[in-house]
Structure formats: C-alpha cells, structure tokens
Design a protein around this ligand. Sequence first.
Ligand SMILES: [Zn+2]
Length: 76
Amino acid sequence: MTTKTYGIEIETNPDYWDCECDEWYIWSKEVPFCLICGAHQEDQPDSRQDEVEEVLNAKSKLRSRLVAEPQSDLHF
Ligand SMILES: [Zn+2]
C-alpha cells in the first residue's frame, strides 16, 4: 500500500501502524491500541516501511550487542 504525501509516494507496511507518541510510535498490528497515548489501530495510519525497518534494525542491533558482550568476556 502506498500513501501520497507531498507528491512523493511513501511505501507503508500493512503489518505495522503509527500511534500518536513522539517516539516508539510504531506498533505491530497484533497490538490493538497504544497503552501510552490511547490511539487505536483502526484510527491510525499504517507505518512507513523505512521507519519500520529502522526500528527493526535498532532492535536487532541491540539484541546482537547484548549477545556479543558476554561472549567477548570469554577471550582472555
Ligand atoms: Zn502512543
């Protein structure tokens, strides 16, 4: 699905939606509403694909860092 904004086609991800929060506003469609701002999925737009990827990348980076650090302690 694409949404036209400022004449540019923005690719959106149908599996995620945006709430009204300033940060951490991307939610999976499995989450019906945001506990923080109270926005409901059905009233909110789909998330932008590039923003979803950014969040997913940040999460995987965090996970890999958490896994890598204890392993690096094993090298004397
Ligand atoms: Zn929110």
